[in-house]
Design a protein around this ligand. Structure first.
Ligand code: FAD
Length: 541
């Protein structure tokens, strides 16, 4: 019988059994119960499989014991998706091999990795043409590697935290500053190997299994029947979005797993697409007399992103600039903030440019003209062509989140219950000015201290509220929720890149409504009938 393209056929494979830590042997393993959200979880057992077969063995053991399973990778997530709520913590940190490379007939290169391979190792390997596991590669992969060395390629997904694992970035559909030009992780994922909670394994290649025109798709069951489901009917926001199961007409079923935050299956291997890297890169910091001119410049750049090779547009708002100046005054050179930061610079826009070497002078000239047209002064811009100059700009940019974190740490000494309130929301292009006005009006009226910075190219700004005391914290939380509702009303996303995890489940409901949550639950039930994978993530337990 010919397999229908909208029916998935997971296969049984021979399981191998990894060791498990339980009871007293869990002592000293507390770091695996937390991620960068700082939430602390609990687990009855932990396992660190080294192959897909061992993941299957771990799943079978968990099934036997009735343990829920939480998958974790590098634990850099900040919404507690990898934090277990009891049961088995399945860490993929030992599945780290980069196992091969292939060049398709059209010349495209695809890199094959285990899910625990680190993003930093992938990026470095592609850049240098050198991979730790190459001795184990097939002859075909080694030939492809020789071809790779003749071209300049890269893997575009760039969450700031490059110690994240490939599986984690796929599970979160990670994005970052360069998403402005290149998009998030999803379009770069060509193939996934996924272990389902019944222990069968799906090997899913992009373009091979689609939902039908009515949104229906099925999973073949061990007894030969097919369990049918439907992709969610909510509309996907026209912005960056990391909230909820992806949906689209005739959805490619691989896209259900990308961004599912460890709730549908355990990704053990991924094949990712590499693309041509620009011949040369430069970074430019532009300064603006006020926010309005900075926003004007953002709009102008957006229209010319491909032509000028604008990879990222990042914003630093007037409050953040003032905070950096203060830090410079307090810490001097140790702050990493250059002394020449002009007082007339009220806000800043940082650009990454990637272009051809021959085109660079023209691109820079056109950017200078654009700065002038928008009300800025090209003489005040800092451009960084060489690696060490780019590093100077990087230190300047990173001084901002570091300063925010140190201010929160200070406040926590007096009021330990306080945490940073940092938003992760994006709106469609036409609502950038409106959302900025909403943020300012509400935060100023509440007399809160805050800074705004981040991915303005995608209208995805991180508003960081810095509570000074518990009352500020309470007001900040209220506004945080109000902003999430406003962003959804404007057609945007309340969780644009960090996911929902366990901390923002109410935001998911704002976005997709009770009906959308019910539809997502049905999809989950199809892959995970016992609802035991990633308990508490996406859906409140
Ligand atoms: C300083 C800092 C900056 C950051 N900047 C960005 C940014 O710019 N953009 C961005 O998108 N994110 C950012 N993040 C968040 C984080 O780095 C990303 O979400 C990243 O994708 C998480 O990868 P990880 O390997 O650490 O996954 P983990 O944190 O271990 O897990 C994250 C989620 O994925 C699931 N998961 C992990 N591996 C698998 C797997 N193999 N199969 C199934 N499910 C799995 C987990 O269950 C969990 O729900 C940042 C984090 C930090 C600390």
């Amino acid at each position: 019988m010919t397999a229908l393209p909208h029916v998935l056929h997971p296969q049984p494979i021979a399981a191998a059994f990894p060791s498990f830590l339980t009871g007293p042997s869990l002592a000293g393993m507390e770091k695996y119960l937390a991620d960068e959200s700082r939430r602390q979880g609990t687990a009855e057992a932990m396992s660190f499989p080294t192959s897909t077969a061992e993941v299957v063995g771990a799943v079978e053991e968990a099934n036997e014991k009735g343990w829920p399973i939480t998958v974790s990778a590098a634990r850099t997530g900040i919404t507690a998706g990898a934090v277990p709520e009891g049961g088995l913590l399945l860490s993929l940190e030992r599945l780290t091999a980069i196992t091969g490379l292939r060049q398709a007939a059209d010349g495209t290169f695809y890199l094959h990795c285990e899910a625990g391979a680190l993003l930093a190792d992938v990026q470095k390997g592609v850049r240098t043409g050198s991979f730790a596991d190459v001795a184990q590669w097939s002859a075909v992969s080694k030939r492809a590697l020789e071809a790779l060395k003749q071209v300049k390629l890269f893997y575009p997904p760039d969450p700031t935290e490059t110690s994240a694992a490939i599986g984690g970035t796929v599970a979160c559909n990670a994005s970052g500053a360069h998403t402005f030009l290149y998009g998030p992780t999803r379009p770069y994922v060509q193939r996934l190997v996924v272990v389902l909670t019944d222990g069968r394994v799906l090997d899913l290649e992009r373009g091979t299994h689609l939902a039908g025109p009515d949104g229906r798709f099925g999973i073949a069951q061990p007894d030969g029947t097919v369990a049918w489901g439907t992709v969610p009917s909510y509309l996907w926001p026209r912005t960056k979005n990391s909230a909820g199961y992806y949906t689209a007409p005739e959805l490619d079923l691989i896209d259900l797993f990308i961004g599912s935050e460890g709730t549908l299956g355990i990704i053990t291997e991924a094949e990712i697409r590499l693309v041509a890297a620009p011949e040369t890169n430069c970074a430019i910091m532009t300064f603006w007399p006020d926010e309005a001119t900075a926003l004007r410049f953002t709009r102008a750049l957006r229209e010319r992103r491909a032509e000028l090779g604008v990879e990222a547009i990042e914003y630093v708002d007037p409050n953040a600039m003032a905070m950096l100046r203060d830090r410079r005054t307090t810490l001097g050179a140790a702050s990493g903030i250059p002394s020449c930061l002009s007082d007339s610079a009220q806000s800043a826009i940082y650009l990454d440019i990637g272009t051809a070497v021959a085109a660079l002078p023209q691109v820079l000239a056109e950017l200078a003209e654009l700065v002038t047209t928008c009300g800025g002064d090209p003489e005040q811009c800092w451009s960084a062509m060489e690696r060490d100059e780019r590093e100077r700009l990087r230190i300047f940019r990173h001084a901002l989140p570091e300063t925010v974190n140190s201010m929160i740490a200070e406040a926590r000494k007096r009021h330990p219950g306080i945490t940073k309130l940092g938003t992760d929301m994006a709106v469609p292009d036409e609502h950038l000015e409106r959302i900025m006005a909403v943020y300012r009006e509400k935060l100023d009226a509440a007399d809160l201290t805050y800074v705004v910075f981040g991915h303005i190219g995608n209208n995805h700004l991180h508003v960081n509220i810095l509570p000074r005391n518990p009352e500020d914290y309470r007001k900040g939380w209220e506004l945080y929720h109000e902003f999430a509702r406003t962003v959804v009303e404007l057609g945007g996303s309340p969780a644009a890149e960090h996911g929902i995890g366990k901390l923002k489940t109410d935001f998911l409901e704002f976005l997709v409504g009770a009906k959308g949550i019910a539809e997502m639950r049905e999809v989950k039930r199809l892959f995970d009938p016992g609802m035991r994978l990633g308990m508490g993530t996406l859906f409140a337990a």
